[in-house]
Design a protein around this ligand. Structure first.
Ligand SMILES: NC(=O)c1ccc[n+]([C@@H]2O[C@H](COP(=O)([O-])OP(=O)(O)OC[C@H]3O[C@@H](n4cnc5c(N)ncnc54)[C@H](O)[C@@H]3O)[C@@H](O)[C@H]2O)c1
Length: 272
C-alpha cells in the first residue's frame, strides 16, 4: 500500500458510509477509507455489515493508519445522529463526510416493487439528507468542512442492467441535493460535491456482471479500460482535500469518458 501513502489529509477526521469491504475486491467506500487513512486522516468506517466494516478497519490498522468501525443502518435517522456523536467523541471533530452508501434498484414505472422503490430512495438518497443534517452543525462548529456524495452516471444516462427507476431517481436526486446543499451552507464554509462513477468493477456488481458484460462495460467508454474503486478514491481525495478549497457544487464524472459516448459512436469498439 506504499503507493497510497501521503500527507494530503493530515489532521482531518473523516466519516465514510458504506465503507465495508467485499470478500473478493475493494468497494468504492472501502478504497476511499483506506486511501484517506494512508493520507493521514482519522477514519470512521460506517457500515450495516460488521464483518465487512471490520475488514476495512483491519486493512487500515495493518498499514499503521487510524480507524475505527461504527455499526449503523443509515436509513435510520437516529443512527445517523449517533454516527456523528461517535466521531466527535472518538476523534474530537468532523472535517469530511463521504456519503457513499448505495444499493441497486431495478424496475420500470410499470413493474417496480413499491416497497423496494421506497427502500432504495431511503438508502441511497434520504440517508444522505440525514447524515448531512447531523454532520453540518458539527462541521460548522469546527470552522467548515467537506461533504462528498456518491451518485452515478445512471443519474444522467440509462445504465446497462435494464430499467432501473429506483436507482436512477435516487442518483439523480443526489445531484440536486449536492447543488442545494452547496448553496445553502457555503457561507458556513461547507463545500459539497458529488462524483458520478461510470462502470466500476466492485463487489456491488460482481454478482451481476459475467466476463462478457465486464468486457462490454470496458469497451463502452472511450478510454477502453476497466474502472476500479481506486479510480473513484483518488478523485474523492482531491475533492475532499484543501487543494479543492474553491470547488463546491460540482458533479464530477469519473467514467473513462463514458458520458461523452453514444451506442453508435462506440459501435466499432463494442463489436470488435
Ligand atoms: N460499482 C459501480 O459500478 C458503481 C457505479 C456508479 C455508482 N456507484 C455507487 O458507488 C457507491 C459504492 O458502490 P460500491 O460498488 O462500492 O458498493 P458496495 O456494495 O461494494 O458497498 C456498499 C456498502 O454499503 C453498505 N450498506 C448498504 N446499505 C447500508 C445501510 N443502510 N447502512 C450502512 N451501510 C450500508 C454495504 O454493506 C456495503 O458494504 C454506491 O453509492 C453506488 O451506487 C457504483
Amino acid at each position: 500500500m506504499e503507493h497510497l501513502n501521503g500527507n494530503r489529509l493530515i489532521g482531518k477526521t473523516v466519516i465514510v458510509t458504506g465503507s465495508g469491504s467485499g470478500k473478493t475486491g475493494y468497494g468504492i467506500g472501502q478504497a476511499i477509507a483506506v486511501l484517506f487513512a494512508c493520507q493521514g486522516a482519522k477514519v470512521l468506517v460506517v457500515d450495516v455489515n460488521e464483518e465487512r466494516g471490520e475488514r476495512t478497519v483491519d486493512a487500515i490498522l495493518g498499514n499503521d493508519g487510524i480507524a475505527s468501525f461504527y455499526l449503523a443502518d443509515i436509513t435510520n435517522s437516529n443512527e445517523c445522529k449517533n454516527v456523528i456523536k461517535s466521531v466527535i467523541t472518538n476523534y474530537g471533530s468532523l472535517d469530511v463526510l463521504i456519503n457513499n452508501v448505495g444499493v441497486g434498484g431495478l424496475g420500470s414505472v410499470i413493474d417496480l416493487d413499491e416497497n423496494q422503490y421506497k427502500n432504495v430512495i431511503d438508502t441511497n438518497l434520504n440517508s444522505m439528507v440525514s447524515m448531512s443534517k447531523f454532520a453540518i452543525p458539527a462541521m460548522v462548529e469546527n470552522g467548515g468542512g467537506s461533504i462528498l456524495n456518491m451518485s452515478s452516471f445512471v443519474a444522467i444516462r440509462s445504465g446497462g442492467f435494464g430499467p432501473a427507476i429506483p436507482y436512477a431517481l435516487s442518483k439523480a436526486g443526489i445531484i440536486a441535493l449536492t447543488q442545494q446543499m452547496c448553496h445553502d451552507h457555503g457561507s458556513d464554509g461547507i463545500r459539497v460535491n458529488c462524483i458520478a462513477p461510470g462502470h466500476i468493477y466492485t463487489p456491488m456488481v460482481e454478482n451481476r456482471v459475467d466476463e462478457n458484460l465486464r468486457d462490454l462495460r470496458r469497451k463502452a467508454a472511450p478510454l477502453q479500460t476497466e474502472g476500479t474503486a481506486w479510480d473513484i478514491a483518488w478523485a474523492a481525495l482531491f475533492l475532499s482535500s484543501d487543494e479543492a478549497r474553491w470547488i463546491s457544487g460540482v458533479t464530477l464524472p469519473v467514467d473513462a469518458g463514458l458520458l461523452t459516448a453514444s451506442p453508435l459512436s462506440m459501435l466499432d469498439k463494442l463489436t470488435n
